[in-house]
Design a protein around this ligand. Structure first.
Ligand SMILES: [Zn+2]
Length: 438
């Protein structure tokens, strides 16, 4: 498992894997290459003129029959799901997958060959933070074929999958978190399986030239035909999870969410990936990636607005005067008669509402939190405000100095801060605030 999971990762050096491609039966060599931050995963066809590259993104998805194919113009890359699953689950965010054919080697039908290749190359951290897609609301898709895929908010990436074969044969269920260690041990070794009645017509049409018991398990009736015994009693559902991880890697962001899938397949997986991309785009305007300024110096209003999603009339800090070590921050807000709330709070007697001072404390404290975790693209949610006291009224013309000191922080997710606002060196309000970050 990468030592610093919040950073983007690539491979340490190149590594390769050779074998046969499933659909054409041709020999193919796949070579994994490091790539810079924010590059994502791209395939490169070394066998074509100009060596075109293509993003492993759902926008480039072409077909989902039996395997997942991406393409651009006339160029295609078939059966991308196993190598993408391995890269995604082993924590590789940025890499180039070079190939001298239109399909990666199928190996033994599992992803274990790719895991070994990735481990040979090494997974190394890069200087920029990851920008995972945290699912905030339940989403779901349903297909005519009876597949139901639901995504629920979760701190981790989990999959709970029910695999159902024809006539309900070989129905299997497995629920697991996906981490590099779990993937390598529990998911990657699970091999491709096919039902005889599904592949027989393809074999007759010679559409799976590279297919054999070397690289797939064949289920005929209740019989399981396989080169070696099953690797897990529930190997089929494990392979379904493997395929889902690969197909959902096309979202282009690591998922934080719990996927509950009944009868998944490349078609439903792709539909879910598209839904996730659409949903992610909706949350983006407020969450554009931003670089956090280095050092202990202050932040001007532009830098503050690069970090906080708040805008007029709800931005309660004009600038950050400075930081003190990792735990203290001071911000400032000029309170003018033009603040919209003075019109009603109160007519003829303008006083700044106390709750807005608490909001100012929360905004300043969350800037500190984001500096510490070096991720300015999240939103802090208030959980509680304790011991809040309003000691003196704040009037138009006052300059509010907002101080926050972090007293507790857990894994960049939960933070507690002791805060106070001062005018002319006198405390006007104080409180202890707690946040969570998404
Ligand atoms: Zn598969």
């Amino acid at each position: 498992m990468p030592a610093t999971p919040e950073l983007q990762h690539t491979v340490g050096k190149s590594a390769s894997l050779s074998g046969t491609s499933l659909h054409t039966g041709e020999k193919v060599t796949l070579r994994l290459q490091p790539a810079p931050v924010d590059h994502g995963i791209k395939f490169k066809r070394k066998d074509l003129q100009e060596e075109p590259t293509i993003d492993a993104r759902v926008e480039n998805l072409k077909t989902v029959e039996r395997a997942t194919t991406i393409g651009e113009g006339a160029m295609r890359v078939h059966t991308v799901e196993h190598v993408l699953a391995a890269l995604s689950a082993m924590g590789v965010d940025n890499a180039i997958i070079e190939m001298d054919a239109n399909e990666p080697p199928i190996g033994d039908g599992s992803a274990i060959g790719y895991v070994e290749m990735i481990k040979k190359a090494g997974v190394i951290p890069q200087e920029s933070p990851r920008r995972p897609f945290t699912v905030r609301e339940p989403l779901h898709i349903e297909t005519k074929g009876g597949s139901v895929l639901v995504v629920l908010p979760d701190e981790k990436f989990r999959i709970s999958c029910t695999q159902v074969g024809p006539q309900g044969r070989f129905t299997q269920f497995l629920s697991t978190e996906i981490t590099p260690a779990i993937f390598e041990k529990e998911i990657a070794p699970a091999r491709t399986f096919v039902f005889y009645e599904d592949v027989q017509p393809l074999m007759e049409k010679n559409l799976i030239k590279g297919g054999s018991l070397e690289n797939a398990i064949v289920i005929r009736g209740d019989a399981v035909l396989s080169k070696e015994p099953l690797r897990f009693e529930d190997e089929f559902v494990r392979h379904k999870i493997l395929d889902m991880i690969g197909d959902l890697a096309l979202v282009g962001h690591r998922l934080r969410g719990h996927i509950i899938a009944v009868k998944p397949g490349h078609g439903p997986n792709a539909e879910l990936a598209r839904t996730l991309v659409r949903e992610h785009a909706k949350t983006m305007p407020a969450l554009q990636p931003r670089a956090f300024p280095a050092g202990e110096g202050g932040l001007d209003i532009k830098q503050v607005m690069d970090i906080l999603p708040h805008r007029y009339p709800f931005l309660m800090v004009d600038r950050i005067l400075g930081f003190e070590g990792e735990t203290k921050i001071t911000g400032v807000k000029s309170v003018t008669i033009n603040e919209p709330y003075f019109g009603g709070h109160f007519p003829g007697h303008p006083v700044m509402p106390g709750v807005l001072q608490v909001e100012a404390m929360a905004q300043v404290a969350s800037i500190l939190m984001m500096k510490i975790t070096q991720s300015a693209s999240r939103i802090g949610y208030f959980i509680s405000a304790d011991d809040v006291k309003f000691r003196k009224p704040v009037f138009p013309g006052d300059t509010l100095f907002i101080h926050a000191e972090l007293t507790k922080s857990r894994g960049g997710k939960l933070a507690k801060a002791k805060c106070h606002c001062a005018v002319n060196d006198q405390v006007v309000s104080e409180g202890e605030l707690m946040f969570t970050f998404l």
